[in-house]
Design a binder for this molecule. Structure first.
Ligand SMILES: [Mg+2]
Length: 424
């Protein structure tokens, strides 16, 4: 049976979500001015996580230091990230998608795949239904998405990346010649900068150039399993199924896809701390604790590596979750490997037992729980942006504030427990 896949991608997600909130409160729309989500404007520290289309015109790019972005565009408006808002918006647009699609896979915080195969009786015109989904998200939620339609995830994802914002595009096999092969090879999904350079150095400049190579030649240029993978994707071939999320991972997971690869441990840990904090904050807000913590990393070749750990007693504590996340990350990651997507999830949750402490409780844990309480209170009163975790404070991502000590107990434990999950 022919498959029919939609890829729904929020246009400049973090910035759109912040803008939509501001517009709802009668404030001005950040999308219309040069603006960005990122570090600290006054201290000129941190990096740009997302930018508006007007900011892009100044050459402001995701992943670059705030100081550099300000040199390119001195009037750039910079707002701090708010992962709780992002999680809410993410859930809302996924909910709209689930109304129409039998199977929905959340791919990152602002992207999902819909498996529309076999829906031709209910929706005879796939383009019309894609427009309906797109318009409903825009009109109800106040932000726009692109929807790519294709015979598989790869081509649907490539299609959603065509002209933005607020557009529906198709990329079927009979359109490859016209819409796919002329694209620069660096635009091919899963081709990172290093691979693109290697290919360009042997004059492979477009996806069409790449598709014209036989597998043996590709083996010589690239080598290994990745050559086989490139051979398939350059022909638009992808058999990977759309996977519905696992129930338990749904509520308390968060991931970020970065436009630039992260290769540096410190930078990676800062991203992981942001994610751990947002997950833990949501656990506490719901009054639940989780037994399992997992980390997933996606590299530029589109492969996911994941690992999970089961705790002796459930937790909702940011530092405890972050300690586990850091350890799992160390087990998964080879120094210098490029990472494109980071995901952190807490699952197997149990209702908070009202503060009853386990026998494994240490004074350090207690202290760190007190810190959570204070942080939550301040955020509750003054907004999520008012306070950031210690290491983030010193990070290029979210600066400012004093350093909070992490629970050292879990850090010191060098127990190598191999998890076995593949993907959350
Ligand atoms: Mg997006």
């Amino acid at each position: 049976m022919d498959r029919l896949i939609f890829h729904v991608d929020v246009n400049s997600a973090f910035l759109s979500w912040e803008s939509a909130r501001r517009v709802q409160h009668g404030e001005s729309d950040l999308r219309l001015v040069p603006s960005a989500v990122g570090g600290d404007r006054d201290k000129r520290t941190g990096v740009i996580l997302a930018k508006s289309i007007p900011a892009k015109k100044y050459g402001v790019s995701t992943g670059e230091p705030v100081s550099m972005a300000l040199r390119k565009c001195p009037e750039l408006v910079i707002v701090k990230p708010d992962f709780r808002l992002y999680a809410r918006c993410s859930q809302k647009f996924l909910a709209v998608c689930r109304k129409y699609a039998p199977v929905v896979e959340q791919f990152s915080i602002d992207e999902c795949f819909l498996d529309m195969s076999g829906t031709s009786r209910i929706y005879p015109d796939p383009i019309a239904i894609a427009h309906k989904i797109k318009d409903e998200i825009r009109d109800k939620l106040g932000f726009t998405v692109n929807i790519g339609i294709g015979p598989n995830k790869l081509l649907a994802k490539m299609a959603s990346d065509f002209e933005k914002p607020d557009k529906v595009h198709t990329l079927f096999f009979d359109e490859l010649e016209e819409k796919f092969y002329p694209l620069p090879v660096r635009d091919l999904f899963s081709v990172g900068r290093a691979t693109a350079k290697k290919l360009e150095s042997v004059n492979v400049r477009t996806i069409g150039d790449l598709a014209s190579l036989d597998e043996e030649t590709l083996q010589i240029i690239i080598g290994g399993k990745f050559a086989k993978h490139l051979y398939l994707v350059s022909h638009g071939i992808d058999d990977s199924p759309v996977l519905a999320e696992r129930e338990e991972a749904k509520g308390y997971s968060n991931s970020i896809t970065l436009e630039e690869d992260v290769r540096d441990r410190e930078e990676a840990e800062q991203v992981l701390l942001l994610l751990s904090d947002s997950v833990a904050t949501r656990l506490r807000a719901d009054g639940v604790r989780a037994y399992c913590v997992s980390v997933v990393l996606r590299s530029t070749d589109f492969t996911d590596r994941g690992r999970q750990h089961r705790l002796d007693s459930p937790t909702d504590n940011t530092n405890e979750i972050f300690s586990q996340v850091k350890r799992l990350f160390s087990e998964l990651w080879k120094e210098g490997d490029p990472i494109r997507l980071f995901g952190v999830a807490a699952f197997d949750v149990t209702k908070d037992d009202g503060g009853q402490l386990s026998i494994f409780e240490t004074p350090e844990k207690e202290k760190s729980r007190d810190v959570d309480k204070v942080v939550d209170e301040i955020r509750g009163r003054f907004g999520v942006d008012t306070i950031q975790r210690g290491s983030i404070c010193h990070s290029p991502i979210v600066p400012g504030g004093r350093h909070l000590r992490h629970s050292t107990k879990a850090d010191g434990k060098e127990k190598k427990k191999k998890g076995n999950n593949k993907k959350q």
